[in-house]
Write a protein that binds this ligand. Sequence first.
Ligand SMILES: [Cu+2]
Length: 131
Amino acid sequence: MFVLAVLPAAALTGCGSDDEGGSSSAAVLLPADVTQTVEFTATEYAFGADASTTIEAGEVVRFRLTNVGELDHEMRVLDDTGRLIDQIPRLAPGATGEVLLRFDKAGQYQLICDIDDHLTLGQRAIFSVND
Ligand SMILES: [Cu+2]
């Protein structure tokens, strides 16, 4: 289930699970292994996606972001402790970028745009990865 809810900035601090979670996300992800492409849009100041999207732990997914706004945007993908997993770098209006991701653990993840004050203005979203 993909929940593009806007959370208060405090909601995601200090409540992460404390599993050791050795990060194995440095593995090379191959386009041939991609099981689905999730399409996102970025605007002032939000991310959009199909709310019915489901992502399973361990699958390789392509996140594709299209900037449909009037300012530059980016997408940083963070785990529930706020650690950066990967990102789609800054995109000009109209541009599209993508990144391959694999979420090894089920749980909650978040997307933010950290350009200027976009995050403060609400450009964040959370989503769940299923077992
Ligand atoms: Cu932005």
